[in-house]
Design a protein around this ligand. Structure first.
Ligand code: ATP
Length: 232
């Protein structure tokens, strides 16, 4: 579904990706791992066209994404939950959910506000609350719900549970597991907790200094691989 081959990217004259490769099949959950600054966020932002790839190829269902405007990439069915959540602070939760909702692919059974609230019942009593008054956990659930309201075939989460309390993190993992099982949405995610990621991840790609240094089944990450490349 999503294939990255030898992708390079720069910030000005500074190179951040040196030949990143990745292969994600439909319905799979894949995780990007690696120490801080290795290029995980840059990889995601390059897929979405927020950072321009300077070389290599990124295809989604055979369509080249390199050189495509971000909104056109999103319209192909890629939904992003960005680092820092980027909730609109001066819109209510409900307004945040519907502000960017779309069904560009014309899916038969699109996401609705009701379905998002069923996935995250914690949000039900907060629909009228302004974005900036929501807790970090509520904001993350909202950011996931907002991305789902664009009916993505591939959901991308940058720092799925960063900074959240353990109980909230567990709710996010449970929701991701439900999405995988019940909707078959492919998911690409970044998170730091290898142990928690094991609950949902089929595959892992490990980055070291802007390139893929290991990839395979998540279950095949040995303690040695984890210690060498991830640091835990
Ligand atoms: P972290 O886990 O800390 O978020 P990461 O693996 O997501 O790290 P990136 O944020 O993609 O790593 O950063 C990869 C490299 O690109 C780092 O060397 C970083 O300093 C550099 N970099 C990231 N964003 C920018 C930017 N806006 N301008 C210049 N350099 C950047």
């Amino acid at each position: 579904m999503l294939v990255l081959k030898d992708v390079t990217a720069h910030y000005g004259t500074s190179q951040a990706l040196f030949g990143m490769s990745l292969d994600l099949q439909a319905g799979q959950v894949a995780t990007l791992l690696g120490r801080n600054g290795m290029g995980k966020t840059t990889t995601i932002n390059t897929i979405m066209g927020i950072v321009k790839a300077s070389g290599g190829s990124i295809t989604f269902d055979g369509q080249e994404l390199v050189g495509r405007a971000s909104f056109r990439t999103a319209n192909l069915g890629l939904g992003l939950v960005p680092e820092g959540r980027q909730i609109f602070p001066n819109l209510t939760m409900l307004e945040n959910l519907v502000a960017t909702a779309s069904n560009h692919l014309g899916v038969d059974d699109p996401w609705t506000v009701e379905k998002v609230l069923a996935l995250f019942p914690e949000l039900e009593t907060r629909t009228g609350s302004m974005g900036n008054l929501l807790s970090g956990g509520e904001q993350q659930m909202l950011a996931i719900g907002r991305a789902l309201m664009t009916n993505p075939r591939l959901l991308i989460l940058d720092e799925a549970t960063e900074g959240l309390a353990p109980i909230i993190r567990q709710e996010i993992w449970a929701a991701i597991a439900r999405l995988k099982q019940e909707t078959g949405t492919a998911i690409l995610l970044i998170d730091k907790s290898v142990r928690e990621l094991a609950q949902v991840s089929d595959r892992a790609v490990i980055l070291g200094r802007g390139e893929t240094v290991w990839s395979g089944a998540f279950a095949d990450i040995t303690p040695e691989v984890s210690e060498t490349y991830v640091g835990v």
